[in-house]
Design a binder for this molecule. Structure first.
Ligand SMILES: Nc1ncnc2c1ncn2[C@@H]1O[C@H](COP(=O)(O)OP(=O)(O)O)[C@@H](O)[C@H]1O
Ligand SMILES: [Mg+2]
Length: 462
């Protein structure tokens, strides 16, 4: 009993530590992937890691304790009759080879289930995020039935996996029982009648055989379960092997950015073709093009979130095309749809970096956030997607972030399109009168007065 207490304590201690380490590694990997899709990552962090815990780690720990039980009973058995013990062991292990025949089948079924699970996770996320839209237009039924459909596909895949695994397990246990009990028992009886072992030894070894048959059949079953986690484990391993290079470039000097013959194609659709322009230090450039032209795509190419089909991006005479590791430190980025963390206003401004109070207040002032901060305080919770803020306030937080980060080139994607004319003008004055950075703004609609504040206007459509 006391050994068991100790064992369990240790076991859950180990499981907790491994879980924490895996979660740490996995989230590090996911953040660094910058993927646009949520479902894979969400599923990996929740369902997949739980499977790894219950099917892989728990079973591996159990195998250790069962192997110990097995070795102790084998040792006692060998002391009494090594021949009979050997026959028992060989007979017990042999059904395990049958398992090998089914490994591929189980792994394929596990992979199907894994994919269905990701789809289901995404469907649930969408249903919850889209619930307000669904209620407004009375379309709960199609939204709900889509989730139920995905759930059904996932449950069917799971049933198929579990059934296959269960059937193989039953087959192996039955064979192990036949091989490891009936056959050795008969041989033992023959040995006894021939006078090679005593009746007492036979009874003892038959009795003891439970202690080596049970661990072996359980280990075989557990190996089976561990193998089923292979598709998931392959993914987790990618995360474990991922090397997080988090080098922070500071005080980058910048003299020139040049875009040469940049072309970007998705499938057979050419979004940008042969784009050329140059921007010098502190220059304020406006790129104009109609909606849907590819302005956002161009900015994402500059910052390295997308790789161009051809052409180059050169910063300070150094080719950084498609190398976001090298290029991103030069850029601040004011998104059209800024991302808000479900945390405090303070976190959303600083993004967890340490800034002096002076810098922070300066950025708040420049971005036109003084009133909001005065009214709500920096600890104000902005809510999921910044739901407790207005669109204009979110836009100004995004602008403050880029001012705080002090990058030498500021990319602005229709940065003030959500703001009223007066605020838009104010913010443009802040961004365009500042000689600490260059600005590349893309826009399809902007007032004459604001246009005149730029050094250069390029019409992309021409
Ligand atoms: N990941 C993508 N896959 C396919 N097409 C895309 C993708 N991203 C953008 N597009 C298409 O590229 C075009 C330009 O998009 P975008 O750069 O957002 O335009 P803009 O910012 O000028 O309004 C659009 O027609 C859009 O549908
Ligand atoms: Mg856009």
């Amino acid at each position: 009993m006391f050994l068991n207490f100790g064992y369990r304590y240790l076991r859950y201690d180990i499981i907790r530590d491994i879980n924490l380490e895996l979660k740490n590694k996995t989230v590090t990997y996911l953040v660094n992937q910058q993927s646009d899709s949520q479902k894979e990552g969400l599923n990996l962090m929740t369902n997949d890691l739980k499977q790894i815990e219950s099917l892989k780690i728990a079973n591996e720990l159990m195998i250790i304790s069962e192997a110990a039980a097995f070795i102790i009973s084998i040792f006692v058995g060998l002391l009494n009759s090594w021949i009979l013990t050997l026959i028992f062991v060989i007979a017990t292990i042999s059904p395990g080879f049958i398992q090998k025949l089914f490994v591929k089948d189980i792994q394929n079924k596990a992979a199907v289930w894994e994919n269905k699970n990701a789809d289901y996770t995404q469907a649930v996320t969408d249903a919850i995020n889209g619930s307000k839209t669904a209620m407004l237009y009375d379309v709960q039924i199609p939204v709900i039935s889509y989730v139920v459909k995905q759930a059904k596909q996932m449950e069917n895949a799971l049933r198929s996996l579990n059934y296959t695994q269960g059937a193989i397990s039953t087959l192996i246990i039955t064979l192990a029982d036949i091989f490891s009990f009936i056959i050795p028992f008969l041989i033992g009886a023959i040995l006894m009648f021939n006078g090679q072992i005593g009746a007492g030894t036979l009874v003892m070894i038959v009795q003891l055989s439970n202690d080596f048959i049970n661990p072996i059949t359980m280990i075989l079953d557990q190996l089976n379960q561990i193998r089923s986690t292979k598709p998931i484990w392959d993914k987790v391993q990618k995360a474990i092997n991922f090397n997080n290079k988090n080098e922070n470039a500071t005080n980058l000097s910048f003299n020139q950015l040049s875009v040469e013959k940049l072309t970007y194609t998705v499938g057979d659709k050419t979004i940008l073709k042969n784009v050329n322009f140059t921007v010098n230090a502190n220059e304020k450039v406006l790129l104009m093009a109609p909606s849907g032209f590819g302005k956002t795509t161009l900015l994402r190419l500059l910052v390295g979130q997308l790789k161009p089909t051809s052409g180059s991006i050169i910063i300070n005479q150094q080719n950084v095309t498609g190398n976001s590791q090298k290029s991103h430190d030069y850029f601040g980025y004011i998104n059209q749809k800024p991302f808000m963390f479900d945390r405090s206003l303070h976190f959303n401004l600083t993004l967890g970096k340490k800034y002096s109070e002076e810098d922070l207040n300066e950025a708040i002032k420049l971005a036109g956030l003084t009133e909001l901060v005065k009214e709500k305080g920096l600890d104000y919770q902005v809510g999921q997607n910044g739901n407790n803020l207005s669109g204009g306030q979110i836009q100004r937080i995004e602008i403050a972030r880029s001012i705080l980060a002090k990058r030498p080139i500021l990319l602005a994607d229709e940065a003030t399109s959500a703001l009223d004319n007066e605020l838009s003008l104010q913010i443009h004055q802040v961004l365009l009168k500042n000689s600490n950075f260059a600005v590349i703004e893309v826009a399809h609609k902007i007032s004459q007065q604001e246009k005149e504040m730029f050094d250069r206007i390029i019409d992309l459509s021409k």
